[in-house]
Design a protein around this ligand. Structure first.
Ligand SMILES: *[C@@H]1O[C@H](CO)[C@@H](O)[C@H](O)[C@H]1NC(C)=O
Length: 451
């Protein structure tokens, strides 16, 4: 009996062990678990990459599941840029960046930070850019900024700011006119009466005001109805708040899967790559990218685009890659592609290209720009051309109507179909069709002339 009961107790204990272990990591399996975790963390650190770009050392620890700042001795050189975006860091303790005194930029966006201790950024006197957006900060003391006299850019949006008395000094600092790029876009999440207001704009006098007594929330209940997400109802989405911005190796904005129905405003002029894929953007409008002078990659694939306005891509002189695939584009309007001097890759697949005269511009432009690798330019309609490469359609169109052309010019070769589309022919035609933009009078070349 005794034996059985002690066996019972023993087996019960065995059963309970895994549970008690989880709560007491200091014992038995728990210790091994902790040790395992430690090695895992240590392994995670060297997993980061150290890179030199334009003579500056970057340490890239993005998306490494880190829950603490890797010690500075880990790296062979002092980094200038430390990228810790998209990890699991919760607290920035005093002296967290000891040994990182050479940093000029620090990216801590998309972590789980709820607390920044006052001395967290001690020693970062060179720091000019600090990214804290998309964390879980409710409050931040102005003291944390004091060690960083050179700070010019501070991102704080995407945190649930509690606009109460403890934020008073920080908010007043952000509102100093010379601190123009500190805390732009950040908004109060509470109290209700200030919800949705920008830290830049909230009246500091309101922060330390006695709140309405809890029993009489009159003022609080009628007003907030107007404040509920005002930015989403009235204004166009803003790129900085709608997208994630990464600094390495070049400035890149990820705006994919955001439910955007239009191109967000305020794309900064230093963005090199922008991903707008998997949204519901139905058209590109003139000036959508007018500030984005540095863009090299533009990805608008998997949207609902039907219309691309003529001036929407103008000014994108450095664009290399343009992905328009999987949209609802039927043709590209005359002139849309004119500024894309350096384009090298153009993705066009998954669009219902219509093979009638309106598609000719696209083909002419591609012939004029033989360096552009393109894909997916296939007729979807009319039915008889379904699946045919658009270029073939245009060639057969040109072969098929020599008479029409005879009327417009007297070219001795044009009756011989084999001589159609020789490079010279194409070139001559193109020169007429596509003069440099400053010489062009677009109305003169409208499609109706030949259709
Ligand atoms: C654009 O985004 C899609 C979807 O995320 C991706 O498959 C494609 O490779 C991207 N295009 C370019 C040019 O990077």
């Amino acid at each position: 009996m005794r034996l059985t009961s002690s066996l019972l107790v023993a087996s019960l204990l065995l059963l309970l062990l895994p549970f008690s272990d989880a709560k007491k990591p200091g014992k038995g399996r728990g210790l091994r678990g902790a040790r395992h975790k430690l090695t895992r963390d240590r392994l995670a650190t060297p997993d980061c990459s150290e890179l030199t770009e334009s003579g500056e050392v970057f340490v890239d620890c993005q998306s490494r599941r880190l829950n603490s700042i890797p010690p500075s001795q880990t790296w062979s050189q002092q980094p200038k840029h430390l990228l810790l975006a998209h990890n699991r860091i919760k607290v920035l303790h005093d002296g967290a960046f000891t040994g990182y005194e050479g940093l000029t930029s620090l990216d801590l966006q998309q972590n789980h930070i709820t607390l920044v201790e006052e001395g967290a950024f001690q020693g970062l006197t060179q720091l000019t850019t600090l990214l804290l957006q998309n964390n879980r900060l409710g409050t931040l003391s102005e003291e944390v900024l004091i060690p960083m006299p050179n700070l010019g850019y501070l991102r704080l949006h995407g945190n649930p700011w509690s606009c109460l008395c403890p934020m008073d000094s920080l908010i007043r600092t952000l509102q100093v006119p010379s601190n123009r790029y500190l805390g732009t876009h950040a908004r109060c999440a509470e109290p209700l009466r200030l919800k949705g207001l920008k830290l830049k704009q909230v009246d500091p006098e309101m922060l330390c005001k006695e709140m309405d007594p809890a029993g009489h929330p009159q003022g609080d209940e009628t007003e907030p109805l107007f404040h509920i997400e005002p930015s989403h109802i009235r204004t166009k989405p803003d790129a900085t708040t709608s997208c994630n911005t990464y600094l390495f190796p070049q400035v890149r904005m990820d705006c994919s899967h955001r439910g955007l129905t239009e191109v967000p405003t305020g794309i900064p002029d230093d963005v090199v790559h922008i991903d707008l894929s998997h949204n519901s953007i139905s058209q590109l409008r003139a000036k959508d990218f007018h500030a984005a002078r540095s863009l090299r990659t533009l990805n608008i694939s998997h949207n609902n685009m039907e219309n691309i306005e003529k001036a929407s891509l103008s000014g994108l002189l450095h664009l290399r890659e343009l992905d328009l695939s999987y949209n609802s584009v039927h043709f590209i309007q005359y002139g849309v592609l004119e500024d894309l001097y350096f384009l090298s890759q153009l993705k066009l697949g998954g669009n219902p290209w219509v093979c009638d005269y309106s598609i000719h511009y696209m083909v002419y432009w591609l012939r004029l720009h033989p360096g552009v690798r393109h894909s997916g330019l296939l007729c979807r309609s009319p039915l008889e051309h379904n699946g045919e490469p658009v270029q073939e359609y245009v060639n057969s169109y040109n072969r098929g109507c020599p008479k029409e052309r005879q009327q417009s010019r007297a070219d001795p070769d044009e009756t011989d179909p084999k001589l159609w589309n020789t490079p010279m022919e194409v070139q001559g035609e193109l020169e007429e069709e596509l003069e440099p933009s400053h010489l062009r009078v677009p109305q003169k070349y409208q499609i109706y002339r030949l259709s």
